[in-house]
Design a protein around this ligand. Structure first.
Ligand code: ZN
Length: 455
């Protein structure tokens, strides 16, 4: 049996920057290659030299397309990574969209900093650019779900469905005589759009996420919860702004709006999807009918339930339109994107509602608003927030603590060790206690940089 180790290079004690390095006999595979997001101290880490020489990494395996799992790839390639990037087909399609968009945001941030003199560096440089993203995309090799693939150096890889978002996978690697499973981000059971997380039964070592490791989602039907907020807001003549992840939540929201309209419960309020990326992601959703529960007709109808806003001028016009309406716009944690212009325009008016539809990482504007911040800094300007601020945990793309436990119960015997990652320390700690109490498994909440010998 070859010497094996697992090193945690990110999403350890935090929810972003997923990067786990598996080494067996001198070869290495990086599982996920995410950006750090949220708190400034975390974001700055994206600029640090990668802890190992990227040229020495043989392959990258991606669990899904969200940037906190994939967004560092262009930088890794720029720093010398020459190997293959394995993902599911839908993840590869989504990454094309997301990595190019991420490059555009990086370039835009650098240009903005240069125009306004924000940066200490002159000129401010982007973390990576479009060329780097295009180069990263050339490394992709897409695989089907549930089809074992021999990676060529003794490693065997299978992607299993994780729910969560289109293309999202749990990763099972058999390598060096061991089976190592990574949950990736787990989705929910009985989600209207996504399939249930697939049961996994065998692992010698298990790496599991814990985003909601200390929380349970309310059992309220998401459509009802959504409608309640909309009715309350439009009754006072207000507009509902929904910051949503362009991939995942945006499609779920379109589906819910379609169902509400179909049932005659949302008769007149116009719905706008103001995010070119979310619009493109919806097209990709349609192209992968096996990866979700909707029939082609349902998919077409659901994705057509909003007015699509592609153009910047149309987006600006929306901020001057005083009629009650619903605007879904990215980014989901209000860290960037068009939604910032809407927060500036609609945040100061108490008739409006800012409705969060997903997890808000520490240090993001989304988290500050949900914690009651009465002003937020946007584009260097302090904006007073008088609008109602609300969230719909029922809309989450992440399993709650009970659902994570349900997935863990699928294993036929205890892994030798379970590593709990991708959560704030309180969430990871709570899940650890629960796993120990309910399953009696040996588990650990690794810190960033921790390395384990897999014996
Ligand atoms: Zn995710």
């Amino acid at each position: 049996m070859s010497k094996a180790s697992l090193t945690f290079l990110g999403a350890a004690g935090a929810v972003t920057g997923s990067r786990h390095l598996l080494r067996v006999g001198g070869r290495s595979i990086l599982v996920d290659c995410g950006l750090f997001q949220g708190l400034k101290g975390l974001r700055l880490k994206n600029w640090d030299a990668f802890p190992v020489d990227p040229a020495t990494i043989d392959d990258v395996v991606l669990t899904h397309a969200h940037l906190d799992h994939s967004g560092y790839l262009p930088k890794l390639v720029r720093e010398g990574f020459r190997g293959r990037v394995f993902s599911t087909t839908a993840t590869a399609d989504l990454c094309e969209l997301m990595l190019l968009d991420s490059a555009k945001i990086q370039e835009g941030d650098a240009a903005f900093a240069n125009r306004h003199g924000f940066s200490k560096h002159h000129p401010a440089l982007p973390l990576y650019g479009k060329r780097d993203a295009l180069r990263a995309l050339e490394h992709f090799q897409a695989l089907d779900f549930d089809a074992p693939s021999d990676l060529g150096h003794g490693a065997n890889l299978v992607f299993r469905r994780a729910g969560h978002i289109l293309g999202a996978a749990c990763v099972q690697l058999r390598w060096g005589g061991k089976t190592i499973v990574f949950s990736g981000d787990l989705g929910r059971y009985n989600d209207p759009l996504m399939h249930d997380p697939a049961a996994m039964t065998q692992a010698d070592y298990l790496v599991v996420e814990s985003t909601y490791g200390d929380r349970l989602h309310t059992p309220v039907a998401p459509a009802d919860a959504l409608l309640e907020v909309i009715q309350r807001t439009t009754a006072r003549g207000g507009t509902v702004i929904i910051p949503a992840f362009a991939v995942g939540r945006a499609q779920e929201l379109l589906y819910l709006f379609w169902r509400l309209k179909q049932a005659g419960r949302l008769p007149l309020t116009p719905v706008y999807l103001d995010s070119p990326m979310a619009i493109n992601a919806s097209d990709i959703f349609r192209r992968h009918p096996l990866d979700h529960r909707l029939s082609p007709d349902e998919c077409k109808a659901a994705m057509g339930s909003a007015t699509y806003v592609r153009d910047v001028e149309e987006s600006k016009a929306l901020t001057y339109n005083t009629m009650p309406k619903i605007i879904i716009s990215a980014s989901g944690m209000a860290t960037g994107g068009r939604v910032l212009h809407h927060l500036k325009a609609y945040g100061p008016d108490r008739r409006n509602t800012i409705l969060f539809a997903g997890y808000q990482a520490a240090g993001t504007r989304g988290e500050a608003l949900l914690n009651g911040a009465r002003e937020v800094k946007i584009h260097g300007e302090w904006i007073p927030i008088r609008a109602e601020v609300d969230s719909l945990p029922a809309l989450s793309a992440h399993a709650d603590a009970d659902e994570i436990m349900r997935w863990l119960h699928g294993f036929e015997r205890a892994p030798r060790r379970t590593f709990i990652v991708h959560g704030e320390p309180s969430a990871s700690g709570a899940l650890r206690q629960r796993i120990q109490a309910e399953l009696g498994w040996a588990c650990d909440t690794p810190a960033e940089g921790d390395s384990w010998v897999l014996s």
